[in-house]
Design a protein around this ligand. Structure first.
Ligand SMILES: Nc1ncnc2c1ncn2[C@@H]1O[C@H](COP(=O)(O)OP(=O)(O)OP(=O)(O)O)[C@@H](O)[C@H]1O
Ligand SMILES: CC(C)(CO)[C@@H](O)C(=O)[O-]
Ligand code: BAL
Length: 281
């Protein structure tokens, strides 16, 4: 499996393939797990050639400790990808390769999708995501690009990016892959103790109960209930719980028929920040 570290090499490699082959892109920050593998396998099944990018993008981190502690293990990632017979190209550039001396995010107008939840609590996060993803689209020029619903708000931002920048790529959403206890798979789970990783199934169980309540209770009542659940827990600190429609991501005030809603959550378990979400209707 080819490992490519520079844009120039990648360009050469992609140009050596016939242009009528379908090209898929799976952007990741590495420390691969079964959630990533599901994206890669879907990409393999729908394209002739797949590029998996592995790049811990500094401009999307608002917290330097989080960036420093982000799990990284390129050789293990390569071993995991090596199992696929199809041609998967790994693109793992250095920070200098992607950003010259000016490591700053571009600024985008995401029509306020970036003003809530992850955007509210992670300053400039989505400008950083937009900056790297736009660059990856420009370098790889994929037909299809695969993103997980675990980062549902990010998926909405990417759809907006593609629309506003007029980028010719199909964005393919992929369902959330979970551990046995319901915890959404995430590279940051590696930073949890074994005990905490088991206990963290609590986050998904809370979302499931919120979903059950959605039929009969108001968003305000459900939010109150979730807050109280977390106040009773010493192991977790709730950062936000929000119910929003999936188009605007505006917090739900009054339910509207035919609109789709999701519940979104961010929680600290020890000093590890975890996010999750669930479809409510
Ligand atoms: N459990 C999962 N199910 C489905 N998709 C996932 C899952 N985890 C990550 N992804 C998707 O994989 C892609 C790369 O994500 P990334 O490398 O940031 O991993 P991650 O597990 O989300 O890490 P972290 O949340 O700790 O940053 C994103 O599109 C993300 O939504
Ligand atoms: C899309 C992405 C690879 C951009 O760095 C990242 O935000 C992620 O892994 O979800
Ligand atoms: N998958 C989300 C990327 C981040 O937390 O920065």
């Amino acid at each position: 499996m080819p490992l490519i570290k520079t844009k120039k090499e990648l360009d050469l490699k992609l140009n050596s393939h016939s242009s009528d082959k379908k090209l898929g892109l799976v952007p990741t920050m590495g420390a691969l797990h079964k959630g990533h593998m599901a994206l890669i396998e879907k990409a393999i099944s729908e394209n002739d050639l797949v590029v998996v990018s592995i790049f811990v993008n500094p401009t999307q981190f608002n917290n330097t400790e989080d960036l420093k502690k982000y799990p990284r293990d390129l050789s293990k990632d390569l071993e995991l990808i090596d199992r696929y017979n199809q041609e998967v190209i790994v693109f793992a550039p250095s920070v200098e390769e992607i950003y010259d001396e000016n490591v700053r995010p571009k600024r985008y107008d995401f029509n306020d999708l970036d003003k809530v939840m992850e955007g509210e609590f992670r300053d400039d996060h989505f400008n950083g995501v937009g900056t790297i993803v736009e660059q990856l689209f420009d370098i790889v020029k994929p037909d299809n690009a695969y993103f997980g619903e675990k980062d549902f708000q990010q998926l909405c931002i990417i759809n907006k990016l593609v629309e506003t920048q007029d980028i010719p790529v199909h964005i393919i959403p992929c369902p959330i892959v979970r551990e046995n206890n319901g915890l959404a798979m995430s590279s940051r789970n590696e930073r949890l103790s074994k005990e905490m990783r088991l206990k963290a199934g609590f986050i998904y169980r809370t979302l499931q109960t919120a979903k059950k309540k959605f039929g009969t209770k108001s968003a305000l009542k459900i939010k109150e209930w979730v807050k109280n659940q977390f106040l009773k827990e010493d192991d977790f600190t709730l950062e936000y719980f929000e119910i929003a429609d999936i188009e605007t991501l505006n917090p739900l005030k009054r339910k509207v028929k035919n609109k789709k809603y999701r519940a979104f959550i961010a929680v600290y378990a020890d000093d590890v920040r975890l996010i999750d979400n669930i479809a409510l209707n």
